[in-house]
Design a protein around this ligand. Structure first.
Ligand SMILES: [Ca+2]
Ligand SMILES: [Ca+2]
Length: 198
């Protein structure tokens, strides 16, 4: 009888612990103007970037991964949508003027993400090289930024240690999360490279 009780107690323990060992991880993807981005593929990977699951954002920009084992590190990786020529319409001579004003110190970005949008060559800083590449796109000499994507996904709660030069200390890679409890605000901004006034 004692053995049976012991067995039942440990079985109950395993069951209870089992229940607390999974959690949901969700969030949304927004434009810099806080508009939802629907139909965007979002991948979930493990710490070695092995694909675990995929979801697509709904009309409100929400994605969700459910019942994930806790105590594990995950990466959430929004996927750049298929090439859309319309996207390049957001890049104009005016964006080049804004970037030049930032570089010359005539203006400071009102939104630090705007500075990040100007780093079209993925170098971690905004420079004349970025302006050269933006100019090629505006003149239709190029339809992409060599060595870079057209969009970049940055956490909405990113802390900028140097807001006047927000590239400093920002990693463009896929943010990781050590999941211990449910998280429902793992949100991202979609930054369109070259579009400094979205
Ligand atoms: Ca750059
Ligand atoms: Ca623009």
């Amino acid at each position: 009888m004692k053995n049976i009780l012991l067995f039942l107690t440990s079985a109950a323990c395993i069951y209870t612990t089992g229940l607390s060992q999974s959690a949901n991880l969700s969030g949304k993807v927004l434009t810099l103007n806080e508009a939802p981005i629907p139909d965007l593929i979002v991948q979930l990977t493990d710490s070695n970037m092995m694909l675990l699951s995929t979801d697509t954002t709904d009309a409100q920009g929400n994605y969700s991964f459910e019942e994930l084992p806790t105590g594990t590190t995950y990466h959430v990786v929004p996927q750049e949508p298929p090439f859309d020529g319309d996207y390049l319409n957001g890049i104009s001579t005016f964006d080049i003027v804004i970037a030049a004003r930032y570089i010359l110190g005539i203006a400071v970005p009102t939104n630090p993400y705007s500075w990040i949008a100007g780093d079209v060559n993925n170098s971690g800083s905004l420079s004349i090289l970025d302006i050269v590449l933006m100019r090629k796109v505006v003149l239709s000499i190029e339809t992409e930024f060599p060595g870079s994507t057209l969009t970049r996904y940055i956490r909405t709660n990113t802390t900028f240690t140097d807001p006047d030069h927000p590239n400093n200390g920002i990693l463009y890679g896929s943010p990781s999360i050590s999941l211990e409890a449910p998280i429902n605000d793992f949100d991202f901004y979609e930054i369109q490279l070259g579009n400094l006034n979205p």
